[in-house]
Structures are given as structure tokens and as C-alpha cells.
Write a protein that binds this ligand. Structure first.
Ligand code: DX5
Ligand code: ZN
Length: 226
């Protein structure tokens, strides 16, 4: 399975946003992860639609918008208008998960579902056929640069095993779920990326580790290694 790497733009130097995006483009990464925080669902603020628009105008890379906010429905359309290719919503942030995932897909975008470290992975089975990616937070959402939480590895393994044992029915077509995207986000570096991949993750999101490289390409290569 191909390993996809997404640098999290939250860790960039915002004084030089355009250069930082160029850095990502040159690194061979598969897209850009953009963290949106509302100050309620998580105790922090980050970016809004204007920044997503600016990033979209600066690159053709795939944009994965991670909504760490309550009432995500109110903003999905706006972030899509601003250039999001994928919208990821939190399991813990809304009651209308199925409806929202469907809505994102009907807008022609990829739909991701995110689980906090404390949320039970047993819920995953209800959504595999309704989204394009399951993302496991490997830190408490809200800040970059935190320490990776080992215990989440079990959730990744559980979900990959589940995917391998199921055939997901999508639009009436039975497709093998083996290639289903499982992502990890938070505190990812060279050592734990390898372990996440071993457990079945194929999408690696990383902020402070990747932006610590002068040449991000080296970091991306490190993270891709099995
Ligand atoms: C945390 C964010 C992450 C974060 C990753 O709330 O969702 O995407 O930016 O950054 P690092 O890799 O520094 O933990
Ligand atoms: Zn994120």
C-alpha cells in the first residue's frame, strides 16, 4: 500500500506562508493538512476560510481540511468554496455524522472522520462505507508539537484488521476495503511513523517534525520508510 504524507501547515512559519507551501511542493508530499480550530471544541484558534483560500491560490496540492469545531455543518460549504479537497469532521463534535459525511461527498469532496484518543474505535465499523478516511488523533487535538500517544496504535491495528476482513459496499458496488485510508495525526516523527505504518496506517500527517527540516524532502522520505 502506498504511504501518503501530509505536512500540517499549522507548524509552518506564517510570515513566509508562500515559501512554506513551496517547501511542501518540493518535498514530494501528497497534500497539505490544514487545521481549523474554533476555540471551543479545542482550546485554541488557528486558521479560517481566508487562509484556506490563500493556500489554494498558491498550490495545486490536495488540501485536507481538518475541522476541529462544533457545528461543522455551518462551515463545510465555505471551506469547500475556498478550495478544500477533503473535509474531515470529528466524531465527537456533532450528532449528524452520517448526514455530514454524505453531504461532503455530495459536494464532490472526500469525507474524513476523525476520532480523538479517548473515543472507542468500536464506532468505526458504522462509518467505513460512509467516508473516505478514518483519522486517529495521536495527541489531544488543539496544538502542534505534542507527544505521540502510544495507546492509539491499537486503534489503528483494530481498524486495519477490520478493513481487511470486510468488503465495503459503496454506491451498490462491492469494493475491497483493503486499501481504505487510515490516517494518524499528532506528534508523528521518524520512529513512531514506522510503527503506525506497521499497525496499518497509510496516511501520515506531521507538523513540527517535517517543518524542522531545512529540506523537507528528507523528512518526507524518513516518514515514508517502513
Ligand atoms: C493537532 C493537529 C495536528 C497538528 C500536528 O490538533 O490536528 O494536525 O498540527 O502537528 P504535530 O505533528 O507537530 O503534532
Ligand atoms: Zn490535524
Amino acid at each position: 500500500m502506498d504511504i501518503k504524507i501530509f505536512p500540517s501547515i499549522l507548524s509552518c512559519d506564517f510570515r513566509f506562508l508562500k515559501n512554506e507551501i513551496k517547501k511542501i511542493e518540493k518535498s514530494g508530499a501528497d497534500g497539505i493538512h490544514i487545521d481549523i480550530m474554533d476555540g471551543h471544541f479545542v482550546p485554541n484558534f488557528s486558521m479560517g476560510p481566508k487562509i484556506v483560500e490563500a493556500i489554494n491560490k498558491s498550490t495545486n496540492l490536495f488540501l485536507d481540511v481538518h475541522l476541529m469545531m462544533y457545528n461543522p455543518f455551518d462551515y463545510i460549504e465555505r471551506f469547500i468554496e475556498m478550495g478544500a479537497d477533503m473535509i474531515s469532521i470529528h466524531f465527537e463534535a456533532t450528532e449528524n455524522i452520517e448526514y455530514l459525511l454524505k453531504y461532503i461527498r455530495r459536494c464532490g469532496k472526500k469525507a474524513g472522520l476523525v476520532f480523538n484518543p479517548e473515543t472507542s474505535e468500536s464506532m468505526v465499523v458504522n462509518f467505513l462505507d460512509k467516508c473516505d478516511q478514518i483519522l486517529f488523533m495521536t495527541v489531544h487535538p488543539g496544538f502542534g508539537g505534542q507527544k505521540f500517544m502510544e495507546k492509539v496504535l491499537d486503534k489503528v491495528e483494530f481498524t486495519r484488521n477490520l478493513c481487511n476482513s470486510l468488503r465495503i459496499k459503496e454506491s451498490g458496488i462491492s469494493k475491497k476495503s483493503k486499501n481504505f485510508d487510515i490516517a494518524v495525526d499528532g506528534g508523528i516523527n521518524r520512529e513512531n511513523s514506522y510503527r503506525c505504518i506497521e499497525m496499518g496506517a497509510n496516511v501520515i500527517i506531521s507538523g513540527s517534525y517535517l517543518f524542522s527540516f531545512k529540506d523537507m524532502k528528507k523528512g518526507v522520505e524518513q516518514l515514508r520508510k517502513r
